[in-house]
Design a protein around this ligand. Structure first.
Ligand code: PGA
Length: 259
């Protein structure tokens, strides 16, 4: 099962995950990070700034999970722009070593394959940061996505478009299609770290961690991963049946075990 870490607030979550990322970057400057967008990972990127100061990040590589199809890459809410603004610039990464799936319409039919090849050539993702949608999606793998899926074009659910409307002028401006790493791609990462905050995520988190493993709740794929960590605040943990056990296990975690 995934290790579940219940934290006080987003700042504590950011600190725990950023500590682990800084640790692996110090051990191996060529680490490959899987980068998520949306609101959830922001405390991690924030906490990383101080932790990576003075650390050699010139070799660090990154792969974003997804991108909207057909969005102008210069649009401030394209994930290319978000990753540049929230991750590459503040952390001082080499922009040439951080990739986002290419959502431009020209060449979209082979963009997924190209992206998969690039991840494999980089040696695979060492640590994948994930959020979870209110409908249980990870990346933009909406309910029903195959557990074997690789990077490809998907249609966003209306719920996801409404959830993401806050980043646009209106829901009508949210693209209908995306290109996203598949569940199969995400599952190849060596360590998956899924974060969730707020009561709106409680059902999705409970389904992902404790519910049946089902394509109807794509986040439940993490139950099949040998090294998955779920970091949640009290509200996002509120529907977990075994929250007391997770608290007990984390409080009594052997020193030698990392995250
Ligand atoms: P959020 O999105 O971090 O903006 O809540 C999470 C997701 O849709 O995966």
């Amino acid at each position: 099962m995934a290790e579940v870490v219940i934290v006080r607030d987003q700042a504590e979550a950011g600190a725990i995950v950023a500590d682990e990322i800084a640790r692996i970057v110090r051990l191996d400057p060529r680490v490959v990070l899987g980068l998520a967008t949306g609101s959830t990972p922001l405390p991690v990127y924030e906490a990383l700034r101080a932790r990576l100061t003075g650390v050699d990040v010139s070799q660090l590589r990154g792969f974003a999970l997804d991108e909207y199809v057909g969005i102008d890459p210069a649009h401030p809410e394209s994930y290319r722009a978000v990753i540049a603004r929230e991750v590459v610039e503040p952390l001082g990464l080499d922009p040439a070593r951080v990739r986002v799936p290419d959502g431009s319409l020209a060449g979209i039919e082979h963009a997924g394959e190209d992206y998969e090849r690039a991840i494999v050539e980089a040696g695979g993702v060492d640590l994948q940061i994930l959020g979870i949608g209110t409908d249980g999606h990870i990346g933009f793998n909406e309910p029903g996505s195959s557990f074997a899926s690789l990077t490809r074009v998907k249609t966003l659910t209306e719920q996801t478009r409404e959830d993401n409307a806050r980043f646009f002028d209106s829901v009508h401006d949210v693209p209908r299609h995306c290109i996203t790493q598949g569940l199969g791609t995400i599952m190849r990462a060596r360590h998956i770290v899924l974060l969730a905050f707020g009561a709106g995520k409680a059902e999705a988190v409970a389904g992902a961690v404790e519910g049946p493993v089902t394509a109807s709740l794509p986040g439940s794929a993490i139950q099949l991963h040998p090294h998955a960590t779920v970091v949640v605040d009290e509200s996002a943990a509120s529907a977990l049946a075994h929250a007391d056990y997770y608290r007990y296990a984390f409080a009594n975690k052997p020193e030698w075990q990392g995250l």
